[in-house]
Design a protein around this ligand. Sequence first.
Ligand code: XMP
Length: 319
Amino acid sequence: EWTMAEFRKTKIAEIREQVGDSRVICGLSGGVDSAVAAVLIHEAIGDQLTCVFVDHGLMRMGEAEQVVSLFRNHYNIPLVHKDVSPLFLGGLAGVTDPEAKRKFIGKTFIDVFEAEARQVGGADFLAQGTLYPDVIESVSFTGGPSVTIKSHHNVGGLPERMNMKLVEPLRELFKDEVRALGRELGLPDVFVGRHPFPGPGLAIRIPGEVTRERCDILRKADAIYLEEIRNAGLYDAIWQAFAVLLPVKTVGVMGDFRTYDSVCALRAVTSTDGMTADIYPFDAAFLSRVATRIVNEVKGINRVVYDYTSKPPGTIEWE
Ligand code: XMP
């Protein structure tokens, strides 16, 4: 019988065999996959592994801090934390096309990561938290082999450019299996159970131009939404839930005043692998509570709508 405990043992042996006494570098995205890969590899080869967290400043509320504390305090795994949000936000100024955002973020991530890798003395291997659905989607994604709907692979091309070999211990796993492996490795439940988060982060949840101010507004609305979802006990029943800050202003009224502020859209879907998804059917009282809180507590948003589109025909993200 196949268990996660056995998978862990087998993979650790495989990683040791593959890597020998070479150095491995792992880029953390802040998400579950790269964190599980890093912890597993660390268990296999200890301080032959260097972890680099390129912090683009486009994470959700409190998430960058969580990753740093998980590695440094919980596991005592050395971590280089590169806070480069000015670089990312500077480069995103004036960029509104979704694929242009992805390309800029992917390229900048690689540049920063490459520079850091040199700083720590280089490595022969690059570790990535690639999952089975990523392997499939990079071959053929929804529309057939020649159609790229979204470019998902944020560090594509990096291994060739840096002349490194890949270590991808999660390649055979689906998301729920990665979570089980994470628990097996002792990662905290709140971390392992986190909803998937895209590499380009909040940049693709802010249609139009991404600014620090809009990131801050979105982070607040998103945190309220997720807090209400957790309080209602619904977090684990949902694949992904998030807020999107729309580049549309509408008129509202607050007390005696007219407001003219942005619209926030709420999204929540169920899914097993992200390839197809159904909308999560919240009850009206829940949605109205979230909408009231967001409009009352987040300056810059005066209207909240709920996205009722499943995938297909919608995608999970708005960009
Ligand atoms: P879509 O929006 O294509 O998303 O239905 C499917 C899953 O992929 C995530 N996603 C991304 N992940 N880089 C990533 O690492 C990306 O550019 C990207 N775009 C979408 C999305 O959050 C969902 O889980």
